[in-house]
Design a protein around this ligand. Structure first.
Ligand code: SAM
Ligand code: SF4
Length: 337
């Protein structure tokens, strides 16, 4: 996909440093409107298990965290939650979880087939690193997209913060996903402790070179029950600049305004929709469990019922001259509006 602006490393570094915020955010908004008009894609996300075999230093769901209450939805609960997404007039379901080995390939396949038989939903999976055969089977069973964030493109930092894992394997998995025909997404955590000063500019260029359909940059939010407790949070404005730069480099990609933005600064998620982002992912995880999906403090913190949250989103978008789309919301290859 042709970039909307040709930006080199030095220009990106200057933009990340805030040297032209007014231009950057206005241009990102303009490009987003050229490709997506006033529409914001909603993705209903069902976070179906907080069990995880991994020990990522940044994440509250890490296996070594014995202080959280874990939950796992039943297959029927997952299907029922998915169908609520369809009923709410939302075109895409995201199924996300920790790397939970109890959900085997056949179980996930049955869930996917059932949802596909009973709805028109596009389905995005975000289940971490799984085998080639699992990914192939799930694609056949109806999964359309897969989200696998790289978190950082610094191989040494990656292995330090994700014990037992290597960046190269994650990169190869992204290739596998593409070859299986998934719309593929990745991204990074902005402000991850230990990141080198120029790493963000390099990561934005590297991610853009991968020609992905979905790109996500969310700020790091320190979790008190992890080895990264008491480290500084990421910077909301820097994260918004990173998303705006991604919009210029990848004009038709889907770029979510992540919930981590709101965990650090109330309202920042909605503001990002006027700064290049075009996707929002309200949680459809049943209320009895949603607050237990505690990746970081503030995640799924709203105690409001789902209907109220959806109505609030619609009103807030309307106030910004935007509206929710029921479309399944594929990435766009060319200017649409
Ligand atoms: N387990 C799957 C995986 O890791 O790909 C999917 C679920 S994981 C909870 C989803 C995302 O949460 C990760 O890709 C990571 O970027 C984000 N995340 C985890 N801990 C975070 C933190 N402390 N601050 C910001 N984002 C975080
Ligand atoms: Fe598990 Fe994903 Fe959290 Fe890592 S980021 S501990 S893989 S849920």
């Amino acid at each position: 996909m042709k970039p909307a602006e040709t930006l080199g490393r030095l220009e990106i570094k200057a933009l990340l440093a805030g040297e032209a915020d007014d231009w950057l955010f206005a241009r990102a908004d303009e490009v987003k409107r050229q490709y997506f008009g006033k529409e914001i894609w909603l993705r209903g996300i069902v976070e179906f298990s907080s069990y995880c075999r991994c020990d990522c230093h940044y994440c509250g769901l890490r296996a070594a965290n014995r202080d959280i209450e874990r939950y796992r939805l039943s297959h029927q609960e997952i299907i029922d939650s998915a169908l609520k997404v369809d009923k709410a007039g939302i075109g895409t379901l995201v199924l996300q979880s920790g790397e939970d080995s109890r959900f085997r390939q056949d179980g996930i396949s049955r869930i996917l087939s059932t949802i596909k038989q009973q709805s028109q939903l596009a389905i995005t999976l975000s289940l971490g690193e799984r085998s080639h055969s699992e990914l192939a089977l799930w694609r056949e069973a109806g999964a359309d997209r897969y989200l696998l964030k790289l978190e950082t493109l610094d191989a040494e930092l990656y292995s330090r913060l994700r014990p037992g894992r290597v960046l190269d394997k994650r990169l190869k998995l992204l290739e596998t996903l593409k070859s299986l025909g998934y719309e593929t997404g990745s991204g990074i955590i902005c402000g991850l402790p230990g990141s080198k000063s120029d790493a963000l500019a390099d990561a934005l260029l590297a991610l853009s070179a991968m020609e992905l359909e979905m790109l996500a940059v969310g700020p790091f939010v320190s979790h008190p029950q992890t080895p990264l407790a008491n480290t500084a949070n990421g910077n909301v404005l820097e994260c918004q600049r990173a998303c705006a730069i991604l919009r210029l480099l990848n004009p038709g990609a889907n770029i979510p305004a992540t919930s981590a933005l709101d965990a650090l600064q109330s309202g920042a998620r909605l503001d990002s929709l006027s700064r290049g982002c075009n996707v929002l992912m309200p949680s459809f995880t049943p209320q009895k469990d949603s607050s237990k999906y505690l990746i970081y403090p503030g995640k799924n913190a709203s105690g409001c019922p789902l209907e109220q949250r959806l109505a609030d989103i619609k009103l807030s978008l309307k106030a910004r001259g935007l509206h929710c789309s029921a479309d399944r919301g594929n990435a766009r290859r060319q200017i649409n509006v």
